[in-house]
Ligand binder design. Structure first.
Ligand SMILES: [Zn+2]
Length: 432
């Protein structure tokens, strides 16, 4: 409250929500005081490298031979893959409510009435700190159902809204259940959906206690419902893993570098904007070996159009490479949205003039950003799903390019995408 991080009520409620987990973590922590302080308040307060202890021991067998990717024969079959991420349905979304408010999430009944300067929240969504009403999520699902059938679907979580100070387990489970049922209803029983858990599925947000935490403070309440709702899509072992414990993975870049000729794509959401991240070989850090695609969110949070992604993947036929050949990003343009039309914002190969989407092509595109600012500003516009307020220059540009080159999942843990944020992460990884 004294630091003015948020409104008093928000601070009080979120402290209450985190209290039990925080005390438990403090009791069981092995950290020295300076380490704890660095973890909580940053490097000014002490030293702690949260990723230092993450060592991955790779098998002693040598790295498999590097096979440079080759394009498939013209006319080879392609799979169409739907990618949905960061839905963030706000059950309290209220058309006509204030779009600017004291809380971190607006466009809700509690946000108050609009002022003369800002009109009220829109019917389908709003450019502000707002999530989506259910009708927009349902409209999206109707729309993608018409565009099917899909060969398969990736759905990386974050179903609930951003009211992280006032969430309850019952609400989180209700939202998980309702959206999972809608996905099943619209996409039909035949398509396989590969769902993943987002950091917002839990409450308190980001709270995924390790497996040794048992009983009421564990994540069992969440994993059990997920296993039930997702049972139709996932094989028995995956459901077991889910029930046992999930998911978040750091330090894998060594693994991805080792198996560069086997892993043909990595698919992420979480930042809400449309990006990619490069991986380079461990020896020289100059040869591009992989790319992680970061697809844009369904939600508008913050100031974005709603969106989704479609990938085109080589296959399925004997010997298919499963390489990502191209992708499309679709948006619902809220400035035109009396009648909701989900339209193609761009196709990667066309927008960036790339014959195919190999890691070397993405690397060349980044070099192009440095020499031709128009291409970079186009990327900046597409990254925000066609809704930007200011161009990205100077530190913003350098830092964002650094981010695209840095291929580290730990950087993805923050969904902040301001110029200051990129400057911050890049200081951390000395790219500048
Ligand atoms: Zn999210």
């Amino acid at each position: 409250i004294r630091l003015h991080l948020a409104e008093e009520k928000v601070c009080r409620d979120i402290t209450e929500l985190f209290r039990d987990d925080f005390i438990r973590a403090l009791q069981e922590s092995f950290l020295w005081p300076t380490e704890a302080c660095a973890l909580l308040l940053g490097p000014d307060c002490g030293h702690f490298d949260i990723y230092a202890s993450w060592n991955i021991t790779l098998p002693k067998v040598p790295k498999p031979p590097v096979v440079p990717p080759t394009p498939p024969k013209p006319g080879s079959p392609q799979s169409r893959v739907l990618f949905l991420t960061d839905i963030h349905w706000d059950a309290q979304y209220a058309e006509g409510s204030a779009i600017k408010c004291k809380e971190p999430l607006c466009c809700r009944n509690e946000s108050g009435t609009p002022t003369w300067r800002h009109p009220g929240a829109g019917y389908w969504g709003t450019y502000s700190n707002c999530d989506l009403p259910l009708r927009t999520v349902e409209n999206l699902l109707q729309n993608v159902a018409k565009a099917g059938p899909w060969d398969w679907v990736y759905w990386t979580g974050d179903i609930p809204a951003h009211n992280v100070w006032s969430q309850t387990r019952a609400q989180q489970l209700n939202e998980l259940t309702i959206i999972s049922k809608l996905v099943k209803k619209y996409l039909g029983p035949k398509v396989t959906v590969y769902p993943a858990v987002g950091n917002h599925e839990s409450t308190p947000v980001n709270s995924f206690p390790p497996p040794f935490v048992q009983g009421n403070r564990s994540s069992q309440w969440l994993y059990d419902t997920m296993a039930e709702e997702w049972a139709t899509w996932l094989p028995a072992e995956a459901l077991e893993t889910l029930r046992f414990n999930c998911c978040v993975c750091f330090g894998c870049f060594l693994f991805f570098s080792r198996y560069e000729s086997t892993i043909t794509g990595q698919f992420f959401g979480h930042t809400h904007v449309d990006q990619f991240q490069m991986f380079y070989d461990q020896e020289t850090m100059t040869r591009p070996v992989g790319v992680a695609y970061i697809a844009p969110s369904v939600t508008t949070y913050i100031n974005l159009n709603p969106g989704y992604r479609v990938y085109y993947v080589d296959g399925n036929y004997p010997g298919s490479s499963r390489i990502v050949l191209d992708y499309d990003t679709f948006i619902l343009n809220l400035t035109l949205a009396n009648d909701p039309v989900w339209s193609l914002l761009y196709r990667a190969s066309t927008a960036y003039d790339m014959p195919i989407l190999f890691p070397s092509n993405w690397d060349a595109l980044i070099k192009n950003f440095l020499t031709d600012d128009r291409v970079f500003q186009k990327f900046w516009y597409l990254m925000h799903k066609g809704h930007v307020s200011e161009p990205c220059k100077d530190t913003c540009k350098t830092s964002l390019i650094c981010f695209l080159r840095s291929g580290r999942y730990d950087l993805l843990q923050q969904s902040v995408h301001t110029p200051q944020y990129y400057a911050f992460v890049c200081q951390m990884f000395f790219c500048l």
